[in-house]
Design a binder for this molecule. Structure first.
Ligand SMILES: *Cc1c(COP(=O)(O)O)cnc(C)c1O
Length: 390
């Protein structure tokens, strides 16, 4: 058995796919000490710079003092507190929904929704580039799963043409985590609604980031968020904490409370995480300059890298995939960037398709202009050294 695992690992390593965990020595700010070297952090989901904000930290500390370090029980038994309910109401109001429910991660929220509301005989229509937690949720549901081509409304419509009698659900990332592009949410809604299918949008990367009020992709398109029947999100990215949520109708939330196993059989979120998210949510809404700056620097760096000759997917999100292709070359690119003080590791299969390896940059509102200039210059040098640009 052990030899078997060892052989598999050896093959994985040979293909250049083995993973190694890095060790950071502080909070995920724009500059981070990684294994004793100071680097510009370009791989964090701390989009608005709130994971190291003293107001958020103080709110977490206060929540721990008042409610304890652990919730110490499932929300259905003893783990639910007035603090949890405050956060659920705040999220529901923000997302224009009747109600919201907290989970211990965004991953769990996706498993919970998909595995409980879709069953054998139902149909799930899932974008080809959806997050792994959506794929796993689809598998758990035992529903029939039709994967439509990425962002392709025509392909989705064709697949929905032979929809059966069961429940139907269309599910998509709001912002795609590896490509940084935005799902055509209004088109998806126009297609799903008249066919009696629910639309589920996982706005993990858009929550706090897109839209005037940071509500996410619906807000970005000028659509009322409440029109999306199932809104999933995470507290672990722009909201600077940990945990996931689902916002929707009171009926949906009541249903999940009764049937979603990842909710029922897991301890409620730790009060510190809830306290941090409550403070972060307030700042997300009261300091729109963070969103504005993030968008501005994301567009500027995209332009800068494109001008140097890199293939960067266009867009306005803070996720910038810089196409390299070969997995080994991408890893070497990431290693050399680090020598120039930039932390932006390669993304390889299975996170992306074979041949689609890339450097994936993520930016923070708190990156300085100097940080961004150093990043651009590092790409120029390494890109020429490795022949990715001329
Ligand atoms: C990060 C992410 C998740 C998982 O959220 P966690 O709270 O980290 O578990 C789910 N969906 C998408 C699209 C994500 O990017």
């Amino acid at each position: 058995m052990r030899d078997d695992l060892r052989r598999e690992l050896a093959r994985w390593t040979e293909e250049g796919l083995a993973r190694r965990m890095r060790r950071a020595e502080g909070p995920p700010g724009p500059r981070v000490r990684v294994e004793s070297r100071e680097l510009i952090m370009c791989a964090s989901n701390n989009y608005l710079g709130l994971a190291n904000d003293p107001r958020v930290a103080e709110s977490a500390a206060e929540a721990i003092r008042r409610f304890g370090t652990g919730a110490s029980g499932s929300p259905l038994l003893t783990g639910n507190t007035s603090l949890h309910e405050r956060l659920e109401s705040a999220i529901a109001r923000w997302k224009g929904a009747e109600a919201a429910l907290l989970f211990h991660s965004g991953y769990a929220a996706n498993l919970a929704v998909l595995s409980s509301i879709a069953r054998e005989g139902d149909a799930i229509y899932s974008d080809a580039l959806n997050h792994a937690s959506i794929i796993d949720g689809c598998r758990l549901s035992r529903a029939g799963v039709a994967v439509y081509r990425h962002g392709d409304i025509g392909d989705l419509a064709a697949k929905m043409a032979d929809q059966g009698a069961g429940r139907a659900l269309v599910v998509t990332d709001g912002v795609f985590s590896m490509d940084g592009d935005i799902a055509p949410v209004p088109d998806l809604l126009r297609l799903a609604d008249p066919r009696g299918a629910w639309l589920m949008v996982d706005d993990a990367h858009a929550t706090g980031v897109l839209g005037e009020d940071g509500q996410g992709t619906p807000d970005h398109f000028g659509l009322e968020s409440g029109r999306i029947p199932i809104q999933v999100g995470t507290l672990s990215k722009a909201l600077a904490s940990e945990g996931g949520f689902v916002a929707g109708s009171k009926t949906l939330v009541e249903y999940l409370r009764n049937f979603a196993r990842p909710f029922m059989f897991s301890t409620a979120l730790a009060p510190g995480a809830v306290g941090a998210a409550l403070a972060a949510l307030e700042i997300v809404r009261s300091e729109p300059w963070r969103r504005d700056r993030l968008r501005k620097i994301s567009c500027a760096l995209r332009d800068g890298l494109t001008d140097l000759g890199f293939r960067v997917a266009p867009g306005v999100t803070p996720i910038l995939p810089v196409w390299i292709g070969d997995a080994g070359l991408a890893v070497e690119f990431g290693r050399r960037l680090e020598e120039h003080g930039v932390y932006a590791p390669a993304i390889r299969p299975p996170s992306v398709p074979a041949g689609g390896s890339r450097i994936r940059l993520t930016l923070m509102a708190t990156h300085s202009d100097e940080d961004l200039d150093r990043v651009r210059r590092a790409f120029a040098v390494v890109g020429r050294e490795l022949g990715v640009i001329s």
